[in-house]
Design a protein around this ligand. Structure first.
Ligand SMILES: Cc1cc2nc3c(=O)[nH]c(=O)nc-3n(C[C@H](O)[C@H](O)[C@H](O)COP(=O)(O)O)c2cc1C
Length: 186
């Protein structure tokens, strides 16, 4: 392992979830390439205290733990289902509880799923500006997947797979020396 931690958060509470499947797929491939330790979560892991929390201190332990993991990660994978052309309100509320300084400079892979292609640019028009607020480094390639890119909640399209490969390659700018081979030799 390279010693770097990659955390994925899917803004869905659906199970099974295409968004969580996509986030896990990206995490697994990034881990193979860079030797990251990975953890992935969805809104079920955050739990019900999120809905009534105005401040971070109002969250219960399990929700606080997920936010702590997000802000301590060396890199993040954000995954969001598309709801009415944007991210779900509950997912935004999770992000709202993060302090503006806590994601500053963090490399972030943006991913989203939707029923079709109509809202594919939500990764650019909704997700990217949200993390721009935090002055995070969103990676240039954003990954949007529609229903037809999955078979039984598994990434099944070559086009999607190749786009995921592109964004994983872009992480190299942030982790130039991270690789499982180097970690094994240490
Ligand atoms: C309330 C709601 C609104 C949705 N709105 C859109 C939409 O505007 N555009 C779209 O492409 N898909 C829309 N969808 C479909 C979901 O984005 C899509 O099925 C997504 O992959 C679900 O992810 P999940 O499996 O992680 O829940 C909507 C689904 C729901 C439940």
């Amino acid at each position: 392992m390279s010693g770097f931690k990659l955390v994925g958060i899917a803004g869905s509470f659906n199970r099974p979830s295409k968004t969580l499947a996509l986030v896990r797929h990206v995490a697994e491939r990034a881990s193979i390439r860079y030797g990251f330790t990975t953890k992935t979560y969805d809104l079920n892991d955050v739990g019900p205290s999120l809905g009534s929390a105005l401040w971070r201190k109002d969250l219960d332990e399990r929700a606080s733990r997920v936010i702590d993991e997000i802000v301590r990660a060396d890199a993040l994978i954000i995954g969001s289902p598309t709801y009415k052309g944007s991210y779900p309100g509950l997912f935004k509320h999770l992000i709202d509880l993060i302090d503006p300084q806590e994601l500053r400079g963090k490399p972030i892979i943006l991913t989203a799923t939707g029923g079709g292609d109509r809202h594919a640019l939500m990764v650019e028009h909704q997700l990217r500006p949200l993390f721009g607020f935090f002055m995070a480094h969103t990676l240039p390639t954003a990954v949007y997947a529609s229903d037809r890119d999955f078979a039984d909640y598994t990434v099944s399209s070559d086009q999607l797979s190749s786009r995921i490969g592109e964004v994983i390659g872009e992480l190299a700018a942030f982790f130039p020396h991270a690789s499982p081979a180097i970690a094994a030799a240490e």
